[in-house]
Ligand binder design. Structure first.
Ligand code: SUG
Length: 447
């Protein structure tokens, strides 16, 4: 058994954070369409969240934003000329493509990759598969840079194995850790991985949502489990309830979250919760299931408050006790708040709730859990990482100063066409690669 610690790597919000209404089925995203955003506030909210967790004693990492507007994708779509000419043409003739290629959506790193901890895999290394994010065009352009970033940071091949993203095509749509939860017993860190899929791509007899896309397929989840060397007793595949996808649950982490031996989920989250509980209990005898009844919190309330997009974290000093890191919206909704107050009085591992403000991200459908990718690291694996990605006081201050110096405090959809914005983003990212010691990871740095 390898002794590992869980690190939460949060995505740093990029300078083009904006509300473009790009994600069908994500109610917050479509509801915020065309309003103005505040990228500076968004990035600082994210940094404050990281800092807060780190002060509570959790291990916190940072992942950099992607290069946006992504001119090389626009070139692939047939636009020609200088970068400035491309911006001018695309903003006049195809503003929807400019919006898609300008999204800061890579901040939601729960969708960056699926990560299997070393204790679960057949070769004892941590395995990464960047998500192809095939369901949404603006997200499907993330994986090449995600792959480069993950390989740069987790570079030591004694500890880390990197797979290529699954072949593109909706039948292998993969959304990464947002549909994947690791659970383990209090007595052992070798656990199971739950892969939650929205539909089977090849078996049309199985139920599927009618209104909104099921972004994750069973076949994609199975392919990742195979690639990561997970044996049958380590991987459980479970279908999300298609009705909740149609109600705005575009990722499973909007309706359930797991940690250690505990699974916290809504009564309507899964197609067959009974079978899931039986399969989990077989491998983890001390598993604890906290099922939230629909009478107490409806699916609509779960979607509007992100009650399940909380981070469920074990107390750093006592792994049997856990706390939820919840968005402010959970405190502001009286029914959800009452549910949480009542939960704390019950005999469950959840002993505390901390509320945080990530409203800029929430307006695009990204709560606390969407902003983080969990990676378990042994001390040796952690020491093999030479990039400056672990949050400490000095990195926090450098990143806040960097955001204050480079980010705008207002961005409207029309501003995406501004050539100054492109230059500002490139200057900022170039400096960031130096702050974080990442080398030249962006295309514009490679000439
Ligand atoms: O993929 N929103 C993201 C939110 C991702 C949340 N992640 C998790 N649940 N893990 C998405 O729908 C909105 C962009 C816009 O509309 O401007 C967006 O991409």
């Amino acid at each position: 058994m390898i002794k590992e610690q869980e690190y939460n790597f949060d995505g740093l919000v990029g300078p083009t954070h904006n509300f473009a209404g790009l994600s069908l089925g994500n109610i917050a995203s479509t509801g915020s369409a065309a309003s103005s955003s505040n990228p500076k506030e968004a990035a600082l909210q994210g940094l404050k969240k990281m800092r807060g967790l780190s002060k509570m004693g959790y291990f916190q990492g940072v992942l950099p934003p992607h290069e946006r507007p992504h001119i090389s994708t626009l070139r692939k779509l047939g636009f020609t000329g200088t970068d400035t000419e491309i911006l001018a043409t695309v903003s006049k003739t195809a503003p929807h493509l400019l919006a898609a290629c300008s999204s800061a959506s890579a901040m939601w790193v729960a969708n960056a990759a699926t990560v299997s901890p070393a204790n679960n895999t057949s070769d004892g290394r941590t395995h990464f598969t960047p998500a192809n994010l095939a369901a949404m065009f603006h997200r499907s352009i993330e994986h090449p840079i995600t792959e480069r970033i993950l390989k740069r940071i987790f570079s030591n091949t004694d500890h880390f194995a990197h797979h290529t993203p699954l072949p593109t095509g909706l039948q292998f749509g993969d959304e990464g850790a947002a549909n994947h939860t690791r659970l383990f017993s209090n007595s052992s860190h070798s656990g199971i991985e739950i892969f939650v899929y929205g539909m089977s791509a090849f078996d049309r007899r199985r139920p599927r949502p009618a209104k909104f896309p099921a972004r994750q397929t069973l076949e994609a989840s199975e392919a990742i489990a195979r690639a990561h060397g997970l044996t049958n007793d380590k991987a459980i595949f479970v279908q999300q309830n298609p009705n909740v996808i149609d109600a705005g649950v575009f990722h499973n982490d909007v309706i359930s979250v797991g940690n250690g031996n505990c699974l916290f989920y809504h009564q309507d989250a899964f197609q067959d919760a009974y079978a899931l509980k039986a399969a989990v209990s077989k491998q983890i005898p001390d598993a604890v299931f906290i099922e939230v009844p629909r009478e107490e919190v409806s699916v609509a309330e779960a979607v509007s408050t992100y009650l399940f997009n909380t981070q469920l974290l074990s107390d750093p000093d006592n792994s049997a006790e856990m706390r939820l890191i919840a968005p402010m919206e959970c405190r502001e909704n009286s029914r959800v708040h009452s549910y949480l107050e009542a939960l704390l009085a019950k005999d469950t591992p959840i002993k505390d709730v901390s509320y945080i403000d990530v409203r800029q991200s929430m307006k695009n459908g990204g709560g606390p859990a969407c902003l983080r990718l969990r990676v378990s690291l042994s001390e040796e694996a952690r020491n093999s990482i030479d990039a400056r990605v672990f949050l400490c006081d000095s990195l926090f201050h450098d990143l806040c100063y960097w955001v204050e110096s480079h980010y705008r405090d207002r961005l409207s959809p029309a501003d995406l066409a501004d050539p100054d914005l492109l230059n500002e983003c490139r200057t900022a990212l170039d400096e960031l690669t130096q702050i974080m010691k990442l080398g030249s990871i962006y295309e514009f740095q490679q000439g």
